[in-house]
Design a protein around this ligand. Sequence first.
Ligand SMILES: Nc1ncnc2c1ncn2[C@@H]1O[C@H](COP(=O)(O)OP(=O)(O)O)[C@@H](O)[C@H]1O
Ligand SMILES: O=P(O)(O)OC[C@H](O)CO
Length: 502
Amino acid sequence: MPQYVAAIDQGTTSTRCIVFNRQGQIVSLAQKEHKQIYPQPGWVEHNPEEIWKNTLEVIALARIKGKLSVQDIAAVGITNQRETTVVWNRKTGKAYHNAIVWQDTRTGELVSQFAAADALGQDRFREKTGLPLATYFSGLKLKWLLDNVPGLRDDAERGDALFGNMDTFVVWNLTGGPQGGLHLTDVTNASRTQLMNLHTLGWDDSLLDAFTIPRAMLPQIRPSSQVYGTVTSEVLPGVPVAGILGDQQAALVGQTCYEPGMAKNTYGTGCFLLMNTGTKLRPSTCGLLTTVAYQFDNQPVHYALEGSVAIAGALVQWLRDNLGIIEKSTDIDALARSVDDNGGAYFVPAFSGLYAPHWKADARGVIAGLTRFVTKGHLARAVLEATAYQTVDVVRAMEQDAGVSLRSLRVDGGMVVNDLLMQFQSDMLNCPVIRPLITETTALGAAYAAGLAVGFWNGFDDLRQNWGIAKTYEPHMEEIQRSKLMRGWQKAIERSFGWEDQ
Ligand SMILES: Nc1ncnc2c1ncn2[C@@H]1O[C@H](COP(=O)(O)OP(=O)(O)O)[C@@H](O)[C@H]1O
Ligand SMILES: O=P(O)(O)OC[C@H](O)CO
């Protein structure tokens, strides 16, 4: 009898394969980074072929490391960086263009044009999709590809060109590729395209018309947990593909936030706070997204409010790769601890404009409050603090929208190993921050979705038993100090607005 479930986590910076046991513990893990391609300022691309090759490699490596036979694996779940847009040929499997990554800002002008054409402005499609017009979502990226890649629109209309986010691309390749690969996505990923109607949970003709997207290129929308088919590729032959979730929704599932009002924040490349709002759609009036949280087979959809922050851990990488101030991401801890505070410096990482709750495509990064006193230690501190302040802005918007105060926050993602950041986060939110035993919640959520579909786990109670606390950070900061820091942040963020002419 199979003892494990595998998850493929196709993230912004790397692809991971993680194998879990029934207790949700990691049995084996393999990871490979892929290249970040920056063809112009503001543009971010990935090579889809490199990502598919890495996917095969990490699956094979995870099996070798864990000494796992195919019979050991009950099912595989997929989770992915959301919104990143790829278009490929149904017959050859070749991509027409590099994938356009969620952080890419090339559609900034399209955002302005679409917003100017309607009195609702950036909120033109919000009622139907839960999303403001922004460079972030797939619809405009796909339009850009159709308008700029020669021959693509004709192929798309003929049904020869297929669109997908990374989940769709990976599943199509895993299940046969040009030889009958399944062209599908799940409802959480579809909710990030700005082409799906949140009320009907189907592709919406009026949205497709507005963005001039041929319906023939779109994948089928399916629940997040269901047996879709089996792997044909030799790395996991015959194993059921049984779960798909966008990575932030997967983390919500992995954190077992199944009750309305439960929330988690994932600190990776960006930072994404999701609160389960139950089976009713809850529109946001405070700059958050309304999105699909998950849909388990034959059960109603659950929705979430989301506060998306584009740049969090990516700022640590920028300090490492672009300025060379640190050698490894983990070095930021010691550098930030070499000083007592930020020395008056604030770093607003509006590299891709600002997402929630501001939605300013024209914002760009600023460092404010510099004096001759400021050292690289203060800058390191400002870098970490930027993630915490952005989270505070999102939490306050969430509290206003949901009409409740956050009592505690469950956290996960690559940055939560940083104690300084987590303590500062708790201080700035003035509420406990809870790090669970298993912080690989994204992959775990995808494994849960797949495992539930094949009966490996029987229900939410099995999953809740797997969740436990590793560490709780309690707030210690005086209110006067908290207010002073937030005032500084507020001034800094306003200075980032309106930088780019659009
Ligand atoms: N000790 C640390 N302190 C702060 N940030 C860190 C630390 N270790 C890793 N990071 C950041 O965490 C991010 C990686 O998190 P991860 O969840 O793997 O990201 P993703 O899933 O978006 O690829 C990187 O941006 C990295 O800079
Ligand atoms: O791959 P991550 O963890 O950076 O997550 C990216 C988000 O899904 C973008 O919406």
